[in-house]
Design a binder for this molecule. Sequence first.
Ligand SMILES: Nc1ncnc2c1ncn2[C@@H]1O[C@H](COP(=O)(O)OP(=O)(O)OP(=O)(O)O)[C@@H](O)[C@H]1O
Length: 347
Amino acid sequence: MLGLSNKILGAVSLNLGIDLGTANTLVSVQNQGIISEPSVVAINKNTNEVLMGGNAVGNEAKKMIGKTPPNIQAVRPLKHGVISDFAVTEAMLRYFIRKALNFKWGIRVRVVIAIPSGINSVEKQAVIDSTRRAGAKEVYLIDEPMAAAIGSGLPITEAKGSMIVDIGGGTSEVAIISLASPVVTRGIKIAGDAMDRAIVDYLKQEKKILIGESTAEIIKKNLGSACELEQELQMEIKGQHATSSLPKTVIVRSEEVREAIQTCIQDIIHMIKNSLEATSPEISADLIERGIVLAGGGALLKGLDQVIANETQLKVSVADSPLECVVRGTGAVLGKLDLLQHILSSP
Ligand SMILES: Nc1ncnc2c1ncn2[C@@H]1O[C@H](COP(=O)(O)OP(=O)(O)OP(=O)(O)O)[C@@H](O)[C@H]1O
């Protein structure tokens, strides 16, 4: 839990870096720490308004998915890395900003917010407007892969190619960066959520069991892998029989999960190869030396680094705390807004 010091509470302004993600929203409070909660909001279906009280957003709201009474719905306001519901996103941002301020008032808030590199200028302006309405006075945007590269510690300002692959919940993005500018970028809407859906479909088809996406995510994190494991794994899963709808229990094996998510992994590898094909020979030479850095929660999939290394013949490493790379990058930029003005994204 983040605790704001008296020094910050006594200050008139506060800098926040925000990674507004499909799966998780993270907020870095300058010199303090990181808040991280799922990007989930509970709404009243009758009024379409966000529920009152402390359980309407984040961890508590995620626990409600698939278990709400008919008048309440737990929704994820971002889909495929893009905001699908601006009103709900704004409510979520307001919650996170207030939490970062420890629910104190009268503090001027400056925000750097990371956005998927594929969103258009109208959507960018909408993110700025929502963040302002949620309580920020100044708002700057940065492309997610650029923030991930900075947060992974890549030397992006050098005249040498650096490559980051950010695999999140809704999107997988690649950026090859030199002199603080993206030289090649690629993105696809295939990432962690698509793997969860693939597991749901596979188990319905092959094991005649219906499960929700939250259960599929647990299966992916526990059993999911991109290549053979030294010790294959298995776990017991509870759900509903696909035809009788009665409760059903099955054993799921890591080999089955690998088969289920294979297509998603191939799509991500295809995107990476495609970006490598688009680089200049000089940058390719730099990448042979430096390799590829993986960030985002998807980077934690067992064996993914190994498979990408085999397919590209480059060194591949997973960034430290890959789920926090983007927000660490936004935090780093906040400290040097003047210096890094040119890497911020404008609508
Ligand atoms: N150990 C793990 N193995 C596989 N996947 C994991 C693991 N841990 C987390 N993930 C997946 O990482 C994804 C979340 O990553 P992250 O928080 O970086 O995404 P996001 O920033 O919310 O999404 P986006 O960048 O697409 O908006 C989820 O799909 C989650 O299931």
